[in-house]
Design a protein around this ligand. Structure first.
Ligand SMILES: Nc1ncnc2c1ncn2[C@@H]1O[C@H](COP(=O)(O)OP(=O)(O)O)[C@@H](O)[C@H]1O
Ligand SMILES: CC(C)(COP(=O)(O)O)[C@@H](O)C(=O)NCCC(=O)O
Ligand SMILES: [K+]
Length: 276
């Protein structure tokens, strides 16, 4: 099992991913820790140990760890946390990692690593061209053309972020926790806000993907993921795949492609140590 860790702006998503005979890459557990800038490695260490215990995972089952981050101030604490819990160094995914993607954007080093991981999985596993949409703090769109080229995309306000901004910037709109939505026509303030956030996000996805298809001149495979995707996904009319494990599976794939294994001659050097 590989521990995959995605440091997002709202949550640090930790999963245990295995490669299974029949199903391929599969997340066997997932847990979300809160993203708290300033929180130290020791505090995350306690939370991670607790989460692993609750998931019934023994440290010995975990062969390695891999991390993507779009919150640089948490990189050190999370690195320290993983090293302390697993006793090994995690692999960090960056724009320099082997991803199988060719980057056709102005500043590849500025693209969020979570976007690259989503795109890399889809480029390796789905019919291309494809669009991935990750509904988290932000709603991000990635466009991968039929040659496996990352062509860029779009970044829009996330559903929960939009609702928080509305409550903060208006006198009469309440704080809201999203629930299932059943109608585009809300009959009260909360229902109106939910329609705007959820069905609005779905309509934006359908509309933006249609524009992207126009620009590419081809239909795309659409893959939806992220913490908020389950709310909007039922309202997307474009054919799509909903895969809440996209980022975790992508991280394990990139672990396999980027982990440094000892060269064969070094394995002979290690053998005496292994026997001891
Ligand atoms: N029912 C809900 N109502 C409001 N916000 C929610 C709900 N469920 C999850 N969230 C929010 O979903 C977002 C988390 O999505 P996630 O994909 O984990 O984000 P990120 O990758 O940006 O950290 C956050 O904005 C979180 O507060
Ligand atoms: C767009 C994002 C804020 C999305 O982050 P998330 O919603 O996953 O927390 C993140 O991918 C990011 O900081 N990107 C850098 C800019 C870019 O991708 O072009
Ligand atoms: K994310």
């Amino acid at each position: 099992m590989i521990l995959t860790v995605d440091i997002g702006n709202t949550t640090v998503c930790v999963c245990g991913v295995e490669k299974r005979e029949a199903e391929g890459h599969t997340a066997v557990f997932c847990t979300k820790l809160e993203t708290v800038p300033g929180k130290d490695g020791a505090a995350y260490k306690a939370e991670l140990r607790d989460a692993l215990r609750k998931a019934d995972v023994e440290i010995g089952q975990i062969e390695g760890a891999v991390v993507s981050s779009v919150v640089p101030c948490l990189n050190r604490p999370i690195h320290a946390c993983i090293r302390a819990v697993l006793g090994r160094e995690p692999v960090w995914i960056t724009c320099q990692s082997k991803t199988g993607l060719k980057m056709d954007v102005e500043y590849p080093e500025k693209v969020g690593v979570d976007r690259i991981v989503d795109a890399a999985w889809v480029a390796a596993n789905c019919p291309l061209p494809a669009v991935t949409v990750d509904l988290g703090t932000a709603t991000t769109f990635n466009v991968i053309d039929e040659g496996g080229v990352f062509r860029g995309g779009a970044i829009a306000v996330g559903m929960a972020t939009g609702l928080k901004a509305l409550a903060a910037k208006t006198a009469q709109l309440p704080e809201l926790r999203l629930d299932t939505v059943d109608s585009a026509i809300g009959k009260n303030t909360e229902a109106c806000m939910e329609s705007g956030a959820v069905i609005g996000a779905a309509a934006m996805i359908d509309g933006l993907v249609a524009r992207i298809e126009q620009e590419l001149g081809k239909p795309v495979t659409l893959v939806l993921t992220g913490g908020m995707a389950r709310y909007a996904e039922p309202f997307c009319t474009h054919p799509h795949i909903y895969d809440p494990q996209l980022l975790a599976k992508g991280l394990m794939l990139l672990y396999e492609w980027n982990v440094e294994r000892p060269a064969p001659e070094k394995i002979w050097l290690l053998l005496p140590a292994l026997r001891a």
